[in-house]
Design a protein around this ligand. Structure first.
Ligand code: AMP
Ligand code: ZN
Length: 112
């Protein structure tokens, strides 16, 4: 499987890691859209939110709590955003489930 985020998780591809647990990895986006732009991913490959089911959705709770913890750690006291893109219309370019944690400025409210 040719997956850039699996490459980061295995250590084959370098990344700027900010947090790691048994199930989750967080690292800085290579092309930041905000002063804080962190990607939070499950270590187990899941192709996107459209591939979540009863058997693998548990990791999403851990990702939510990781986002909350990192937002606090990064000093995002005025707010932050957690986004996951799905498929072509959603703008998903990497087919490994990931959540963008964005903050550090007033973010655009445009959603579409
Ligand atoms: P998406 O468009 O939602 O699939 O987001 C994919 C994100 O991954 C983009 O914001 C890219 O900048 C980011 N990205 C791609 N390759 C890397 C990499 N090697 N290290 C860090 N971020 C990456
Ligand atoms: Zn992967």
């Amino acid at each position: 499987m040719d997956c850039v985020f699996c490459g980061i998780i295995s250590g084959d591809i370098p990344s700027n890691k900010v947090y790691e647990s048994e199930n989750v990895l967080a690292f800085r986006d290579i092309n930041p859209m905000a002063p804080v732009h962190i990607l939070i991913v499950p270590k187990k490959h899941i192709s996107g939110a459209d591939a979540l089911d009863e058997g693998n959705v548990g990791v999403v709770s851990e990702i939510m709590l990781t986002a909350r913890m990192l937002a606090e750690k990064e000093g995002l006291k005025d707010g932050w955003r957690l986004v996951t893109n799905v498929g072509e219309h959603g703008g998903q370019t990497v087919k490994h489930l990931h959540f963008h944690l964005l903050g550090g400025k007033k973010l655009s409210v445009e959603l579409a």
